[in-house]
Design a protein around this ligand. Sequence first.
Ligand SMILES: [Zn+2]
Length: 175
Amino acid sequence: MTPGQRLRQLANVLNGSTPLGLLLAGLAGTRTVGGPRGLVIATGYRWRLPFAGAFTVGNVIIYRAGPDAALANPVLLRHEERHSTQYAWCLGVPFVVFYFIAAVWSVLRTGDPASENLFERQAGLAAGGYVDRGRRRPRWTAGRTFGRTSGGNAGEAAGGNADEAAGGNPGGTEA
Ligand SMILES: [Zn+2]
């Protein structure tokens, strides 16, 4: 571990987010193993929320997939690891509140919770299995030159959310 990774590990223990992640992982009946760079890998998560193939609480990366599939995706792990660093910067659980606000902002701007979510952008949209839908552009027709127009850019928002489930194993089909 680098000094930064050690600091992150310590910070997320002290700010309570890693203990919370371990509690959640335990309550949800996942299997946990020590991962690289001070992370904890929890696999076999079955609860409905959140709607993602993987998510992060402190230093705990929680996957719906089994251990083989989870560890076979280093790109997604790097993405989730950046969320772990974000927890440390946000002093732990406040990250969840900031993330929620950023996701709502993104939905209002782009129609999906990731494209303009600064936490997801910083963690890497593609690495998280997200599609960058960009901003809805104002419509320059009918004399309207500014602001959101009704019915505009419906195509950009169509197609549903490519959330982190795309990078994981949403079905959880492992034995
Ligand atoms: Zn993410």
